[in-house]
Design a protein around this ligand. Structure first.
Ligand code: PLP
Length: 392
């Protein structure tokens, strides 16, 4: 989250004066309902559902899309552990696919990992970059897979004039504190499918079907037992304000990243990592990639010594698959009966050696967050410092 202030305080003040924090309000449209409408308009999608987290958004989307216990789901080797956890809790088996040097799922590798049990593919847009949407979408269409976009780290980014999240059958977002916009914790599921939306709604709040305000809601789906991943009006209210800040945040980030990219273009070698849309990405971070892990470590150290906080992307505790694959298999679920790895005709073994391509790329990649609070002049100075170190 980049900004929070008077506007959110004012919105919460009004909310608290009204003394109604439950999302179902009969007398007027709730803050949650209004946010969902506003987000649908912003994203260019028919349905949005605000819920308690990005992980729940992914699980709900997978289940709404029809994932069955033991189905395989392709996920990239570079993603936060939550992508894999959401698959397991929806009853699926995560199958790890290599990434390419653009830090996107490698579609060619994904194609080789499709089996008769593969049901879905989750394309993750990491670090604000745009992943290979065209290729993933084509593969899912050809192989009849559910296509889900994990946009937790790239809310607001776009590809070919459409917002990320709208290309998949479902798009899933996180509104946790570390994201572009946030209400502390939260998530959003978006879809153009009415029945998918109704299923997602019931999954996120089973008792909703008994609420008078939802009496006529279920049109295409017979309600079933759902969970409670519902949010309160507090999240709805904060998110309505946060959404109004999003385009400004993206503009400011992009301006600063472009200043640095323009300076680094003058280097004889290009070290900067590109996603699949330079204009559409969030520009929340800048990645540098070198030809060896040793050089990466050395340059990373030199950059940090000058206060330029380029960290190895593998530095984060749970963002590279080999840091969380030990949690899969027997340890994946508390209940043996609900563990998709148990009583499975296939035994799944996860080894970093199976994704050496990703290990190789990630151990040669550094990431620095773009500082939105630096002035343009300060950003230019920073860009020149980076240039000097890389131009040795
Ligand atoms: C790529 C990715 N997917 C899913 C999630 C899960 O979101 P949450 O923490 O809101 O459950 C995150 C959170 O950081 C994430 O980075």
């Amino acid at each position: 989250m980049y900004f929070i202030g008077d506007e959110e305080i004012e919105a919460l003040k009004k909310l608290f004066e009204r003394k109604k924090l439950y999302r179902y309000q009969s007398a007027y449209e709730s803050e949650c309902d209004l946010f969902e409408k506003e987000f649908s308009t912003y994203a260019g999608i028919k349905h949005s559902l605000l819920l308690s987290s990005g992980t729940n958004a992914l699980s709900v989307a997978l289940l709404a899309a029809g994932l069955q216990k033991g189905d395989e789901v392709l996920i990239p080797a570079y993603t936060f552990v939550a992508t894999a956890a959401a698959v397991v809790h929806a009853g699926g088996i995560p199958v790890i696919v290599n990434i390419n040097s653009n830090l996107s799922m490698d579609c060619a590798d994904a194609a080789t990992k499709i089996s008769a049990k593969t049901k879905a593919l989750i394309l993750v847009h990491m670090d604000g970059l745009v992943a290979d949407v065209d290729c993933a979408q084509k593969l899912c269409k050809e192989r009849n897979l559910i296509f889900i976009e994990d946009v937790a780290q790239a809310i607001g980014a776009s590809f070919k004039n459409n917002k990320l999240g709208t290309y998949g059958d479902y798009g899933c977002f996180s509104l946790n504190e570390n994201k572009n916009i946030s209400c502390g914790e939260g998530g959003i599921v978006i879809t153009n499918s009415r029945s998918g939306y109704e299923k997602a709604f019931c999954l996120h709040d089973g008792p909703a079907q008994f609420n008078p305000t939802k009496k006529d809601f279920f049109k295409e789906v017979t309600p079933f037992m759902g969970l409670s991943a519902r949010v309160s009006e507090i999240q709805g209210s904060i998110m309505r304000v946060q959404l109004t800040r999003l385009e400004f945040i993206l503009k400011e980030l992009r301006t600063r990243k472009n200043i640095i990219l323009d300076t680094l273009k003058l280097l004889p070698v290009n070290y900067c990592v590109k996603g699949y849309s330079e204009q559409g990405e969030c520009a929340s971070s800048l990645h540098l990639q070198f030809d060896s892990p040793d050089k990466t470590m050395l340059l990373g150290k030199q950059l940090r010594e000058q206060g330029l906080m380029f960290l190895p992307v593998t530095n984060r505790p749970a963002h590279a698959s080999w840091k969380w694959t030990h949690l899969l298999g027997d340890k994946a679920h508390l209940q043996e009966g609900s563990n998709p790895f148990k009583n499975n005709s296939h035994s799944y073994i996860y080894m970093a050696a199976d994704y050496v391509q990703s290990v190789d790329i990630l151990t040669r990649t550094l990431k620095m967050d773009i500082d939105i609070h630096l002035s343009l002049e300060e950003t230019k100075v920073k860009a020149e410092q980076i240039f000097k170190i890389l131009n040795q």
